[in-house]
Ligand binder design. Sequence first.
Ligand code: HEC
Ligand code: HEC
Length: 332
Amino acid sequence: MKHSWLIAGLIGLGIWWGSAACTSEGKGKPAARPEIPGTEVAVVIDTALMPAGQFGEAVRYGRELMINTARYIGPEGTAGKFLGNRMNCTNCHQDAGTKPFSFSLIASHDHYPQYRAREGKVLTLAERINNCVTRPHNGRPLPLDSKEMVAFLSYLKWINSFAPKDKTFKGEKNRPVSFPDVAADPGRGALLFRENCARCHGADGEGQWRADKSTYVYPPLWGSQSYQPGSSMHRVIKQAEWLKNNMPFDKTGEGKPFLSDKDALDIAAFVNDDNIHKRPDPKTFDYPHPAEKAIDYDHKPFADTFSVAQHKYGPYQPIIDYWKTKGMRPVY
Ligand code: HEC
Ligand code: HEC
């Protein structure tokens, strides 16, 4: 029995390596970072263990809000009108923030208050949540003492209680992508989009409504109902790191990338190409200190002389090298 498991495992690994080798980046040279899925332990959150009492109620409501955000606080939300669109937190923080490599929120409660370069000040976790309410959801901030904000915080505190305190866990951070020597190519990204994404998100990235139009089966990727340019999802590297492990939705098992790094960067470049895709106007462009700006943030001023296009699409390595020679810390 054990033996056959081993064989099945080896075959599985072979398929995994085989599929990695089929991707464009795999041709000829080995991947920059060899990754064997499952080498770290994933945090398992058992929703049956939610506590009783008022705190448990807040945790439950917080989880509901993560999954059915638009229903409660969307443009016609039953608990107040805060979001500017009908997306849900779980569209990006999948499985209500608990899926590995999907902007996991399991560790977040431990990490705040925290200095944030984008605002140039220390933010509480509640203020950080409101950043997602205002940018990707194009909305207005929840009052910090609202029942909804308290519920989000309670839920994040509760999932945090499952996290190991002394070490990282599987998918706490999204996997990095290796950078090609050339800029990400939105034209190639458009072709890959048609092939891999349009069947769910629509040829024009408009997504697909649920029958009652309260929210989406497949959320939109650009247009007035999508995230703002000020959102982290609008950064090409940030999005590529997420796409690599999470899209196409039906082809990426847990921790098992489908797109090659180059494919993910080219597609993210296409999705986030502001020359062809409209988005809601951002209310603010942040980063008061240019030397703390993420290198793939596409808005001046920069702490270097690289163009807006190079910051947005790359090649990124020359920017990273330049920052290092100047004693600055490149973030992306
Ligand atoms: C369009 C995608 C998208 C949506 C929708 C979204 N977020 Fe985010 N969120 C992000 C990205 C990207 C980050 C930055 C992650 C990173 O830098 O690793 C982030 C970061 C966060 C963080 C900070 C995590 C940390 O540990 O620093 C919190 C908390 C958060 N989001 C909560 C929410 C909540 C609550 C909602 C729903 C109201 C939401 N997000 C909706 C994309 C999204
Ligand atoms: C089989 C259907 C399917 C395919 C194919 C697919 N997606 Fe998705 N996508 C989803 C679903 C469903 C979600 C929301 C996930 C959730 O709520 O758990 C999503 C969420 C997203 C999001 C975050 C939310 C948003 O709207 O901004 C992005 C970005 C995204 N997909 C991009 C892509 C790209 C790029 C491709 C092609 C490489 C792709 N998807 C292929 C189903 C799909």
